[in-house]
Design a protein around this ligand. Structure first.
Ligand code: GRE
Length: 338
């Protein structure tokens, strides 16, 4: 299929070569290839896009990114640097690339201000944040965005009408040491990423973020970070037990209503047709978006799978491009109407 849109697609800052190598050492078999791919924006990446029928990518700064920076001033300066860098890099390719804002999440007002700047000045299409923000003197604290002090940030997100991609990051600090270090092979895609994001998103649901900001649109990757599988059980416990026990004070709608009105899932890094069919049954083709997760995954696995997956033409178009076009309000791009 030509003109696919992909939206969980990472880049790094070339000046962080050592950091990129460290992360690649955890997650890539060929660290040198990974480093070259994640640092390139306009050469190899466009060749892959042309080869595999991806018309447009929404780019985001790689994990753990600014969420790993527990010093507030440093985090804010890095987010600005990343946003300025990607804006200038993709400027000459508006028909191939858009960007998702990188934000320091130490201070809701500052995050809202930087978001406003990059949406107004650069035309960024949304935000991608890597789960909780590390904070505190030694980076052991975690800031969640499901608390009332974040309302000022969510107000700006909904006012600007841009989607927010809640992406995973690696466990750190005490959580890492106690839960994950003794079972280190489960860090990342096998388990920890999905647990982190699903905890954070369900925190937003149960703490009433979507009730206070009903227009808010949150995107999660990897076919929903295990949540679609559990919708029946979550719904049963929310509606039949937790709401009578008090959850009804903060959470007015059902989990299925939030999935229908506020939540989107992408195919990033999860190229399984039975799982996609299952998600189409549970959350619907109208809330699913194609994505790759480049360069942690490759174009061939994602695109060859999606192009051949058993789907009718209407659903393939929706998931491959039309849903993303509508959600991110994209104009024409290469093969957008193919
Ligand atoms: C990511 O999407 O950022 C990612 C990693 C490491 C492994 C897999 C993955 O950072 O999808």
């Amino acid at each position: 299929m030509l003109g696919k849109i992909a939206l969980e697609e990472a880049f790094a800052l070339p000046r962080f070569a050592e950091r990129t190598k460290w992360w690649a050492g955890l997650f890539a078999l060929d660290a040198a290839k990974h480093a070259a791919e994640i640092n390139d924006i306009t050469e190899q990446r466009i060749k892959y896009m042309d080869q595999y029928g991806v018309g447009y990518q929404l780019l985001s700064y790689t994990a753990p990114g600014v969420q790993d920076v527990w010093n507030k001033d440093e985090a804010e300066a890095l987010a600005t640097e990343v946003n300025d860098y990607i804006a200038s890099t993709i400027k000459s390719h508006p028909d191939r690339f858009g960007a998702l804002a990188t934000l320091s999440m130490h201070d809701p007002k500052q995050a809202a201000g930087e978001l406003r700047r990059v949406v107004k000045d650069y035309g960024f299409k949304g935000i991608l944040v890597n789960d909780t923000q590390r904070a505190g003197a030694d980076g052991d604290d975690m800031i969640f965005y499901d608390q009332p002090e974040w309302d000022v940030f969510w107000e700006t997100v909904t006012e600007l009408d841009v989607p927010f991609y809640l992406h995973p990051r690696n466990p750190t600090g005490t959580i890492h040491d106690k839960l994950w270090a003794p079972r280190k092979w489960l860090i990342g895609p096998p388990l920890s990423f999905a647990q982190g994001v699903s905890l954070h998103l369900l925190g937003m649901v149960t703490n009433g973020v979507f009730d206070r900001h009903p227009k808010l649109q949150i995107v999660i990757g990897h076919l929903g970070e295990h949540l679609p599988f559990d919708l029946w059980r979550i719904n049963h416990w929310f509606e039949d037990i937790k709401k009578p026990l008090g959850l009804k004070e903060t959470c007015k709608k059902t989990i299925r209503e939030y999935f229908a009105q506020n939540i989107w899932i992408t195919t990033s890094g999860h190229f399984s047709t039975p799982t996609l069919h299952y998600c189409m049954t549970e959350v619907g083709a109208d809330r699913i978006l194609f994505s790759i997760d480049y360069p942690f995954e490759n174009f061939h696995d994602a695109c060859d799978w999606f192009d051949k997956a058993e789907l009718n033409d209407v659903d393939r178009r929706k998931i491959g491009k039309d849903n993303a076009k509508r959600l991110f309000k994209l104009g024409d791009y290469k093969d957008s109407s193919a």
